[in-house]
Design a protein around this ligand. Structure first.
Ligand SMILES: [Zn+2]
Length: 455
């Protein structure tokens, strides 16, 4: 995704001159999303939903027909792309299989758009291909509602059955994931996913602290091999460094989490960098940061007070430990994250949205904060949540604010490079150059929320 000088200035390839009214977004500080560039007092010219020019106002061709939106004093960053969450299960203050429905998925896609997430990939918890069907309808343009994040889905992921107990998949979706102990059956499942044009393949490898059956090596090797035969990336849920190595040696393209134990060794770093494996950050879901974040006014815009109170009670009940795992494990993850960033591992933002503390749309901003708090430089944090996930999903037209890219961006009243929680100070969200109707989303989401449904 190396940017050339030609992309920085000049007209975007493929954009016809005069092919629609132009909008000049004028005067903002622009975070490009490439991990390097910030342009102050910038002119951002958008036509037909695509960025046409970006940079100096004086370099623009005079055009009396264009409209100007003044963004002086604002910061603009690319819309977020979250390649790892679980859609459709959240309602009120938690995730449960009983909440899952197409309507609830659409509710989440609205919440995501509201908070500036343009693309969301659900990773392995699709129930009866509901996500696949919704995604296909969205791709065909069958929804009138334009204020939705774009859905990607890995369909139903694969896990080993645990005799006498629920499997080691997610607690809210153990019955939705595909159980197998057979390489041939696993291949058949992956072929079925490929036939449905799934966007990735997910498998759960680890044994959840010895409480669940592990997926056997011949099975996960078959999964990865079959996924690659169909041009699909394979994402492995792992917990330990040893499992991470196993998954990578089997050919996994993505680790869905940082390994939590023990500290990474040279061998793991070499495997990750030599094979360019993407590692999802997934920090905030287990961040022991108390309940102060529940007081953020941006959360209350789409979550009613009784649901927030319920979340607070759950967090306080497990404090000082987070709702998932331990403080010690979290500190190891932070340390591992820094080691990986320093080693040049392809770290990609992931909010593991949709369960525990991960409120759809808001969890993504908690993840940005967690990454900054772990010591990742702010510009890299933004790049990890924009350019890198877009590239991972093969979205050539998203992820950075450059000519030729879609005009998907957040207008912020404060600068996230100063304080990453400023990513929540959203004044407006633009998707394909069009403002998301956030007040309409707020009215719709809040009117459909009749008190928290707890699990
Ligand atoms: Zn997950």
């Amino acid at each position: 995704m190396g940017a050339t000088a030609e992309q920085h200035s000049g007209r975007a390839p493929g954009v016809r001159e005069g092919a629609g009214p132009a909008i000049l977004f004028d005067g903002a500080r622009i975070i490009v999303g490439d991990g390097e560039r910030v342009i102050d007092d910038c002119a951002l010219l958008v036509r037909n939903g695509v960025i046409e020019e970006i940079g100096s106002r004086d370099a623009l061709t005079p055009d009396p027909t264009r409209t100007t939106v003044s963004l002086h004093g604002r910061t603009v960053m690319p819309a977020l792309v979250n390649p790892h969450g679980h859609i459709g299960y959240w309602k009120g203050s938690g995730a449960d299989a009983a909440h899952y429905s197409a309507d609830n998925i659409l509710d989440h896609l609205r919440r995501l758009a509201y908070h500036g997430v343009s693309v969301f990939q659900s990773l392995g918890t699709d129930r009866d291909d509901t996500e696949i069907r919704l995604r296909d309808r969205q791709r065909k343009g069958e929804f009138d509602d334009e204020d939705l994040a774009v859905l990607y889905t890995a369909g139903a992921g694969i896990v080993a059955p645990t005799p006498g107990s629920a499997n080691g998949g997610p607690f809210f979706a153990a019955d939705a994931v595909h159980e197998t102990t057979s390489p041939e059956d696993a291949r058949a499942h992956v072929r079925a996913l490929a036939a449905k044009n799934a966007d990735a393949v997910k498998f759960w490898l680890d044994d959840r602290h010895g409480t669940k059956a592990r997926l056997q090596p011949d099975v996960y090797r078959a999964i990865v091999d079959e996924a690659h035969a169909h041009g699909l990336k394979a994402a492995a849920h792992i917990y330990t460094v040893d499992d991470a190595k196993e998954a990578i040696r089997a050919g996994a393209d993505i680790l869905a989490h940082l390994p939590r134990t023990p500290a990474p060794d040279r061998e793991l770093l070499d495997l990750l960098t030599e094979l360019d494996v993407a590692v999802f950050t997934s920090l905030s879901i287990q961040r022991p940061d108390g309940d102060g974040w529940l007081d953020d006014p941006a959360l209350a815009e789409l979550v009613p007070a009784d649901a927030i109170a319920d979340l607070r009670a759950k967090i306080r009940a497990s404090a000082p430990q987070p709702l998932f795992d331990t403080v010690e494990a979290y500190r190891r993850m932070e340390s591992t994250l820094r080691t990986f960033v320093d080693a040049g591992v392809r770290m990609v933002f992931s909010a593991d949205t949709g369960l525990l503390t991960q409120v759809p749309g808001f969890a993504e901003h908690r993840e940005l904060e967690a990454l900054a708090a772990a010591g990742v430089p702010s510009l890299t944090v933004v790049q990890m949540a924009t350019q890198r996930p877009a590239a991972l999903l093969g979205l050539a037209d998203r992820g950075t604010l450059q000519p030729g890219k879609r005009a998907d961006f957040l207008v912020l009243s404060a600068d996230p490079l100063r304080d990453m929680t400023n990513s929540r100070r959203i004044e407006s969200v633009y998707l394909a150059g069009r403002p998301v109707d956030r007040s309409a989303i707020r009215a719709r989401v809040m009117s459909s929320t009749e008190g928290p449904v707890t699990f």
